[in-house]
Structures are given as C-alpha cells and as structure tokens.
Design a binder for this molecule. Structure first.
Ligand code: F0G
Length: 403
C-alpha cells in the first residue's frame, strides 16, 4: 500500500460519489495512487470519482491516526451514496437524505472503523483480534481480519443475531462463540479475554473504530457542501453517534463546514437505557442490532446530544417496522430494522414539533436489509403457486389481477 506523506487535504481526495462541494475538477490524482491513478473518471463529464476511491484511510489519511508505516487493510469502504428521500421528505416537511451505509463492503457502517482498527492492530503486532457483536461488527471484523491474515474470534448472543451476519463471520473464517446471554454479557467477556490473552479488542471501545467511523460525517459535508441541520441515527452501543459528532466537529474546526448538526439518536423502546437513564437488564426489540442494555459509549453519546442541542429518544418496534416498510416500498431502500429507527425517530420528532419545517436532515441507514430477510418475508403474503400446464396463463393472470 502507498506510504507517501499526507497530501494537502483538498488536493488528494477523491470526491464521494454524490459530491458537490469539491467537485470532480479539484479531485486531481496523486502520482503514487495505488489504484494506478485516477484518470478521466475524476475529471470527465460523467460524474465523480467513484472509480478512484481508495478507501477511507487513503482518502482521509491526514485526519486519521495512521502513519506512513501503517499497513493499510482496506476493502475500499466508504464513498457510500447520500440519497435524496422525496417520500420521507414529504412526510417530514424537510429535505431528507439517506446515507446508505449498507453499501459498504460487508454491508454496514462498521467497515469504516474496522479498516482503521485492523490496520492498527496489524501495525502494533497483533496476531488475532476479538469482538463482541450483535452481528455487524463480527461480520466486518471477520472480513478485515481475513484480508489482514489475522485470526478473529467473535462472541455473539445465542439465537439473537441475523442469519446473514452469522454466515458472514463463518464464511470469512472467524472462530465464533455463541454466548448464552445478551450483547452486554458478550462485551464483558470479550474485554476480559483481551485483557488476559494476546488478542486485540476491536469493539468500538477501541478508539481507532470511532476514528474510522467519523469519516461518514466528512463525506456528508463533502457531498452537501455543508453540515446538515439535523443528523438522525439509531443508537445501540452508542459508538456511531459519538463518531459522527467527532467528525462533524473536526470538519467544522478545519473550516470545511459553516455549522454542525443537531444529533438525534434513537433507541428501541425495549432497549433504551440512555432514554431511561439506567441500564436495561433484559433488552428487548425486534431490531437485534441495537438490542443493547448498557452501551459502552453512553457518556460520549450524551455529550454529542448535549453539545449539539440534540436529543436521544426511543421508538417502538411498531414504528421501526413501519419505517422499514416505508423505506423499502417508497424509497426503494432495503434497510435493516435497526437502521429504520433513524427514520422512525425523525418522523416522531417531526410530529412532536422538534424539527423546524424545511430543515436539511440526514438519516444514516446503518446496514443492509439482506442480512436479515426474515421480516421482509414473514410480513408479506405467501406467494401463490402456479401449476405448469394448459391453465398456467389463466391462473397466473388471475393471481396477478390481470384477468
Ligand atoms: N445499526 C446497525 C445495523 C448496527 O449493527 C448497530 C450496531 C447500530 C445501528 C448501532 O450503532 O452501536 O454504534 O450505536 N451494531 C453493533 C454490532 C453493536 O455488534 O454490530 P452503535
């Protein structure tokens, strides 16, 4: 990987795909670009620099805790779409965008943090990494560890993670333990193992994770030309809301944005310790990704809320499911249930009069709905079966309401 010194910030970075601020014309390539150099894709008329995107470490190297010696382990994460959401906008009476983090290589925002955590673990001499997870962190850790040639151990709550996420950890060769408890029990155990044995912990208590995840805020500002008024996201272990706030602040101080958003975080009502002000012993929600009763970044999330003039509130499983269906049917975005909490929360905040009409709002869609297709299938009517034969056309036409 490239080990050249940090470029001037606005000179070396490819513009995220929906870029407007820097524009394709000032995304000129660096001679040492490991992709073989950006050519006409960054300067031609056919849109910005997706082809030249080198992953979040190379694109934001000067703002991340890496050195020239860091072995960069990347799957070219980042540069995710910032999709205008006209139907959600109409309901919210706002200008709403969806940051589609499910487009990342392993299907969730975790890849942004994992590229930094795994690269640094390798640099620091680790031979193996460990994490606790509700599924996405383990999928991402397993993939980046495989790429780095590191061992990977993951602890997940038994029977409480989506099948797709389990499949990802297994297919990438992680050692997987199902713990008879919840995520909070898994994290406690992972911390103990990392303290007693030579394995690096890559949960978001590892500061490199939040450092990588903050790049999503940079991309949003690069795309919009400024920070949004409000940023909504689901809250589980509370790392991501903390990371975004870090990113918005850094860009603001660097003069890249004129303002900072109010941070709106949403927990599931059966797993809402921050809203309640006390840990939840037995967290319950259909959104397994955020089924967490004692978030590790609790204080950081409260700081993000308070410093930004934002809020952390809860939404019911029913609201989450309604937003999940709205996203799929009207915006064509297949989100995870947990991800839909950001949109459910926004709509609730609008109803509560907590959002000024006409605000520019970004909702992070944290993960890809394909990881947990069960709700999509179980919530739909069973498709009719058409027998093959002479009557097939009539039967199909009738079933489709055409006849
Ligand atoms: N959305 C999804 C899809 C997630 O997987 C998570 C967290 C969150 C939202 C909440 O983010 O924890 O930073 O507040 N998943 C973790 C995991 C806990 O293990 O994959 P957070």
């Amino acid at each position: 990987m490239s080990s050249t010194s940090a470029p001037a910030r606005s000179a070396g970075r490819a513009v995220p795909p929906t870029g407007s601020k820097r524009g394709p014309s000032d995304a000129g390539g660096r001679g040492s670009d490991t992709t073989g150099g950006r050519g006409s894709d960054t300067t031609g008329g056919r849109g910005p620099a997706r082809k030249g995107w080198r992953g979040v470490i190379e694109e934001y190297r000067d703002l991340l805790p890496v050195t020239a010696d860091t072995p960069v382990i990347t799957l070219r994460e980042g540069a995710t779409p910032l999709l205008p959401a006209p139907r959600v906008s109409a309901r919210a009476h706002c200008d709403v965008y969806l940051k589609l983090e499910g487009v990342n290589p392993t299907g969730s925002f975790k890849d942004r943090g994992m590229t930094v955590a795994i690269s640094r673990a390798l640099q620091d001499g680790a031979k193996a990494v460990i994490c606790a997870s509700t599924g996405n962190t383990s999928a991402s850790a397993a993939a980046y560890a495989a790429r780095a040639g590191l061992g990977c151990a993951v602890l997940v709550p038994r029977g409480k993670i989506a099948l797709g996420k389990l499949a990802q950890a297994l297919v990438h060769g992680a050692r997987l333990l199902q713990v008879d408890g919840n995520f909070d029990d898994c994290l406690e155990l992972a911390k103990k193992l990392a303290a007693d044995f030579p394995v690096a912990l890559v949960n978001s208590v590892n500061p490199y994770r939040l450092q990588g995840q903050k790049t999503a805020a940079f991309e949003i500002v690069d795309n919009l030309g400024d920070a949004p008024d409000i940023h909504c996201l689901p809250v589980g272990n509370a790392g991501n809301i903390s990371a975004y706030w870090l990113g918005y602040n850094e860009y603001f101080r660097a003069g890249e944005s004129a303002g900072r958003p109010r941070m709106f975080g949403f927990q599931a009502s059966g797993a809402a310790p921050i809203v309640r002000g006390a840990p939840v012993q037995v967290p319950r929600t259909i959104a397994t990704a955020i089924r967490i009763g004692n978030p590790a970044s609790w204080r950081l999330a409260e700081a993000a809320r308070d410093e930004s003039g934002g809020l952390i509130d809860s939404v019911t499983d029913r609201q989450i499911l309604a937003a999940y269906r709205l996203l799929a049917r009207e915006e064509a975005v297949f989100a995870e249930l947990a991800s839909a909490a950001s949109v459910a929360g926004l709509l609730q905040a609008c109803e509560n009069g907590q959002v000024r009409v006409g605000s520019r709002v970004v909702c992070t869609i944290t993960g890809n709905g394909l990881k947990e297709p069960d709700w999509a299938v179980s919530g739909a009517p069973t498709p009719p079966v058409i027998p093959v034969g002479a009557s097939a056309t009539t039967a199909a036409a009738t079933a489709l309401g055409l006849a």
